[in-house]
Design a protein around this ligand. Structure first.
Ligand code: LLP
Length: 427
């Protein structure tokens, strides 16, 4: 954490309190250098150990077009889950062949959109394969399959995407059937994919997934006669949210993953495929914070600091019970001296950012920085309680750019229509 002579939190080279004053709160502040550092750290850890390696940034974590541009500039590809994400990625400058569309329960028109945009399609069900084959010329479409390897992990039950309870992917036992159908239909089969979950800080589930996925690839390769160009092990690389949590040792993890990957590729005669990973959180998670202002201090049966953001702005604590570290941006040097609940401004009891958080003595007007808010925060925001969404600024050293304007009250009416009969006062 950087603190200046005024005792204020510094983001890049910019005073967070000045940002809050200039751009108002709630405000997402994103540090460009951190995104680039995170990307390079994870890229280099794998790339130096295995040359045929690519990152597909899981842009559901944060699709701001400026962030997409930064990752395009770094040489990343994209994991997209919807036509909207494909569209944003194309506008940001990604080439169709750098985008893998991994949809879940997709409609035919969404498949058509993917085909027309020329991206690779990662198929999630046999139903999707059959429907896709009817609306394209399979010989022109590159595909892979998302397989559920019965390995799952994640920071919360909602974030485990492998295993028997998961709605994602094709069951292991159906992998051979899916690939042979695709082959018979004439598709260009490129790869095999899995994604086991999100927010994983322990290496072992990743190693189990590599082990399981390569084993499935072997069976498919032998029984269907397919040579895989890539094996995609998904994302899920966790970040520490609590100060005492250790960071994921990415060097060590990359070393272990590559060891198992190479060993299995040799053992199973899979040749020398590309290895893809799809990190989202690891790249952008710690690169942003949410600045929010305390407007109410109150003691009822507990002590509360009420702020001008809510779970419509940042939902992770309400949705998963997630911890986000909080720094009092204008008192960044002060020692914690009281336990207090940090409450949002929505009419919901669950709208609490933290309970019993130890912080310096809070006063109305203080600026709180809710840390590690780069992944799954703005992208999961809403207008619930008819509260406009906040602005986002990008900081690069001492430069600040608005990358999303604050919504205003008028935006709440966007796309809404009053039927004419109600306008004239009829029933
Ligand atoms: N690939 C696929 C197919 C995914 O579904 C996901 C995340 C990722 C990659 C990237 O996972 P990451 O590296 O970011 O962990 N909203 C939740 C996380 C949901 C993740 C959904 N899928 C949260 O705030 O914790």
């Amino acid at each position: 954490m950087k603190i200046n002579e005024k005792g204020h939190l510094v983001i890049g080279e910019v005073d967070a309190v000045e940002l809050a004053e200039k751009y108002d709160t709630p405000l997402y502040v994103i540090d460009e250098n951190k995104i680039r550092e995170n990307y390079r750290r994870i890229y280099n850890a794998f790339k130096k150990r295995y040359d045929k390696f690519k990152i597909l940034y899981a842009c559901k974590a944060n699709t701001n077009i400026a962030i997409m541009k930064i990752l395009n500039d770094e040489g990343s590809g994209i994991d997209a889950v919807s036509p909207g994400e494909i569209y944003i990625a194309l506008v940001a400058g990604f080439k169709p062949e750098e985008i893998l569309f991994t949809g879940n329960n997709v409609r035919n028109d969404e498949l058509e959109f993917a085909v027309e945009s020329g991206v690779m399609i990662n198929i999630d069900s046999i139903s999707q394969l059959k429907r896709l084959s009817k609306l394209c010329n399979p010989e022109e479409v590159e595909i892979s399959f998302r397989i559920n390897p019965l390995v799952g992990a994640g920071h919360h039950e909602h974030c485990i995407t492998g295993g028997e309870m998961s709605k994602f992917g094709i069951a292991e036992k159906d992998a051979v059937k899916a690939y042979s159908m695709a082959k018979n239909l004439g598709f260009k089969i490129k790869g095999i994919h899995c994604h086991i979950g999100s927010g994983i800080l322990d290496p072992s589930p990743f190693l189990m997934a590599v082990d399981a996925l390569t084993k499935i690839a072997e069976r498919v390769s032998k029984e269907v006669g397919i040579e895989f160009e890539f094996i995609d092990i998904g994302g899920g690389f966790g970040i520490p949210y609590k100060p005492e949590e250790p960071e994921l040792n990415i060097e060590n993890l990359a070393k272990k993953i590559i060891e198992v990957f190479k060993e299995r590729c040799d053992e199973y005669n899979l040749g020398n495929p590309w290895l893809y990973i799809e990190p989202g959180r690891y790249i952008v998670g710690n690169a942003a914070c949410l600045l929010t202002r305390v407007n109410t201090i109150k003691k009822s049966y507990r002590k509360f600091a009420g702020v001008d953001a809510g779970f419509n702005t940042l939902i992770r604590p309400a949705m998963y019970g997630s911890y986000h570290h909080i720094i009092v941006a204008n008192k960044a040097n002060e020692e914690p001296c009281e336990k207090i609940d940090i409450a949002g401004n929505l009419c919901e009891s669950g709208d609490i950012f933290a309970r019993d958080r130890e912080l310096p003595k809070l006063e109305e007007g203080d600026i709180l920085a809710i840390m590690d808010a780069g992944a799954y925060c703005f992208s999961m925001s809403s207008q619930y309680n008819s509260r406009p969404r906040p602005a986002e600024v990008l900081v690069k050293d001492d430069k600040v750019s608005i990358i999303r304007e604050r919504e205003s009250i008028i935006d709440l009416l966007d796309k809404q229509v009053i039927p004419a009969r109600l306008l004239k006062g009829g029933k």
